[in-house]
Design a protein around this ligand. Structure first.
Ligand code: ADP
Length: 261
């Protein structure tokens, strides 16, 4: 009897593992699809600092050719070149992380940093869609023990849905808010709030179902993947209609336990 139940557990663990593996693969594929859609704007995000580096480099050569050379000007230009270089490489680093096909890996994370890294990748997309982004990040947010890439994917999906929901808005500012705070029940809470078309109350129950979409070219996988990622992190995710126009998507995750407990 003990043997049988042991085998049961092994079998169940194996099924569980296979399921998690399949979910991770699916999350990876949809991440690639989303990034594919963002390619043009991400390329711009890298190109812009590179173009600035070239312009500054040319200016440096001219200043160095002066007699005497304009060393102060050169110094200023080199400083901008360094910060532009750092910026471009941060974008590429963030992109590589999201493209990497690795098994989910949990580490201690600061969700504010996860959000800020993600923002680097979507800034141009926001600009192209004339969306203003506001960040309200709680100072001293406790860390979570989670998978950086997966949590970034969740926030990216919510941000892109928010941008898309405002595509037809012309009579009010297109604003997106990402907020982090300490929520109830000792949970950390992240909110993505848009001022878009809002959610039809009849759709509310189905939003997170796989293949539910109201978009002509939608896949309907984004929110369902968000939910499985958040639930795997012991959290919850839900949607609500704003008092004004638009919708808010909120998720919670538990903070990492203190190592002493
Ligand atoms: P897709 O974006 O491919 O449709 P999702 O699973 O991300 O797939 O979203 C499912 C559906 O949920 C969308 O088609 C849309 O109807 C609704 N939805 C998601 N985000 C928002 C939002 N910010 N505002 C209004 N509706 C939304």
């Amino acid at each position: 009897c003990v043997l049988v139940s042991l085998m049961d557990v092994t079998e169940r663990n194996r099924t569980q593992e296979a399921l998690q593996q399949a979910q991770a693969e699916l999350a990876h594929v949809t991440r690639l699809t989303t990034l594919g859609e963002l390619t043009a704007s991400i390329a711009h995000e890298v190109n812009q600092p590179l173009a600035a580096i070239v312009t500054n480099g040319e200016a440096c050569l001219r200043w160095l050719a002066y007699r005497p050379p304009e060393l102060e000007e050169v110094r200023g230009a080199v400083e901008s070149m360094i910060s532009d270089g750092v910026r471009a490489s941060e974008v590429v680093w963030g992109l590589r992380e999201l493209l990497k096909k690795s098994n989910p890996q949990r580490t201690l994370l600061n969700l504010n940093e996860v959000i800020e890294q993600l923002v680097l990748l979507v800034e141009r997309e926001l600009l192209n869609n004339r969306v203003t982004l506001r960040l309200e990040l709680a100072p001293a947010l406790r860390e979570v023990f989670g998978d950086r890439v997966q949590l970034q994917q969740v926030i990216m999906n919510l941000v892109i849905n928010g941008i898309q929901s405002m595509a037809s808005v012309t009579d009010r500012p297109r604003e997106l808010l990402i907020r982090s705070c300490e929520g109830e029940d000792d949970q950390l809470m992240i909110e993505v709030r848009d001022r878009g078309s809002g959610i039809d109350p009849r759709d509310m129950q189905q939003l997170f179902n796989a293949f539910f979409t109201t978009k002509p070219n939608g896949m309907g996988m984004g929110l369902s993947i968000c939910r499985s990622i958040i639930e795997a992190h012991g959290g919850r995710i839900w949607a609500s209609s704003n008092v004004g126009p638009g919708a808010t998507f909120t998720f919670t995750v538990s903070p990492a336990r203190e190592s002493s407990s």
